[in-house]
Design a binder for this molecule. Structure first.
Ligand SMILES: Nc1ncnc2c1ncn2[C@@H]1O[C@H](COP(=O)(O)OP(=O)(O)OP(=O)(O)O)[C@@H](O)[C@H]1O
Ligand SMILES: [Mg+2]
Length: 263
C-alpha cells in the first residue's frame, strides 16, 4: 500500500513503443510507479500487459521511448551483465512457476542468491527458511516441486523471487494456471507482501483482488493505456463503456476472490 513518506517514482515508462515485426504491440505507454505502490494492470488478452512487464525487466526492448527503474535507463541495455544486474533488483513471477524439479524447495530458493549474488550458503539458507515461513511453507523445505500442489509451487516461486531481495516484484497472472481452490493461498501471500510495502506490479484477472490491494489500476487495450486511476474509479466509476463491460464481465467470474475464504 502507499507509503506516504516514499512517493518517489521507482519505475517510469515514457512514450514506450514496441513492435514484434510488423505488429505494433505497445503504442505509447506512459506509466509511473512509486516506491511502495501496488499497481494492477488489467485488460483484454493481447493488449500488451505481459509485454509491459517484460520491458521493465529488460526481457524485451522497445524501439522507442524511455524506461527507468530507480533512476537507471533499462530500455537500451546492451550488455548481459547489465541485464543481470537489473534482474537482481526486479523480481518476476510468471504463471508457470518453472522450479527446478531435481532440486528441493530449499535449494530452489538458495540457488540464485548463492550463484548470482555470491551469498554464503548458510546465510542464503537462513533467508530461504525465513521466506518459506513468510509464504507458509516451512514444512516443505525438503520436498521436491513434484510433491507440491500448484499453489504451493507458486508460493515457492514467490519465495525464490524474494530471495534476491528485489526492489520491486512483477507478477504476471500468477494464479491463472491454478485450481480455483489454491488461488486464494497465493493471493494471500501477495497481499502480505504488499502490506509489508513491497512495490508490486501485477497483471491479473483477479478483479476483486486487484480492487482490494491496488493503489492504482491500469486498463490496457490494443497497446495503449486507456485509463488508470484508483480501484474505485476504474471498477465503479469509469465512464468508458469498454472498461465497464470488462470489469463487469469479470468481477464475479472465474478465479475472483470469493467471499468467505478468509483471505
Ligand atoms: N515474442 C513475441 N513475438 C511476436 N509477437 C508477440 C510476442 N510476444 C507477444 N506478442 C504479441 O504481442 C501482443 C501483446 O502480447 P502480450 O503477451 O503483452 O499480451 P497480454 O495483454 O499479456 O495478453 P494475455 O492476457 O493473453 O496474457 C499479442 O498480440 C501477442 O501475440
Ligand atoms: Mg499476458
Amino acid at each position: 500500500m502507499t507509503n506516504p513518506s516514499a512517493d518517489t517514482a521507482i519505475v517510469k515508462l515514457e512514450d514506450v513503443h514496441l513492435s514484434f515485426g510488423q505488429t505494433q504491440v505497445l503504442k505509447g505507454i506512459d506509466l509511473t510507479i512509486n516506491k511502495g505502490d501496488a499497481v494492477s494492470i488489467i485488460g483484454p488478452s493481447g493488449s500488451g500487459k505481459s509485454t509491459i512487464l517484460r520491458c521493465i525487466n529488460a526481457l524485451v526492448q522497445p524501439q522507442s521511448g524511455r524506461i527507468t527503474v530507480d533512476g537507471t535507463r533499462v530500455d537500451q541495455l546492451t550488455k548481459e551483465s547489465e541485464r543481470i544486474a537489473l534482474r537482481k533488483r526486479v523480481g518476476i513471477v510468471f504463471q508457470q512457476y518453472n522450479l527446478f524439479p531435481h532440486l528441493t524447495v530449499l535449494d530452489n530458493i538458495v540457488l540464485a542468491p548463492t550463484r548470482i549474488l555470491g551469498v554464503d550458503r548458510r546465510e542464503a539458507e537462513k533467508l530461504a527458511r525465513e521466506l518459506l515461513e513468510k509464504v507458509r511453507l516451512s514444512e516443505k523445505a525438503d520436498a521436491y516441486p513434484g510433491q507440491l500442489s500448484g499453489g504451493q509451487q507458486q508460493r515457492v516461486a514467490i519465495a525464490r523471487a524474494l530471495a534476491m531481495k528485489p526492489e520491486l516484484v512483477l507478477f504476471d497472472e500468477v494464479t491463472s494456471a491454478l485450481d480455483p481452490e489454491t488461488v486464494g493461498e497465493v493471493l494471500w501471500v501477495i497481499r502480505d507482501l504488499i502490506r509489508d510495502g513491497m512495490t508490486s506490479i501485477l497483471v491479473t484477472h483477479e478483479m476483486r483482488f486487484a480492487e482490494e490491494i491496488s493503489d492504482t489500476v491500469v486498463f490496457t487495450e490494443n497497446g495503449r493505456i486507456v485509463d488508470h486511476g484508483s480501484p474505485e474509479q476504474i471498477f465503479h466509476n469509469s465512464d468508458n463503456p469498454r472498461i465497464r463491460q470488462f470489469v463487469g464481465g469479470l468481477s464475479g467470474g472465474r478465479g475472483a476472490v470469493r467471499d468467505g475464504e478468509g483471505i
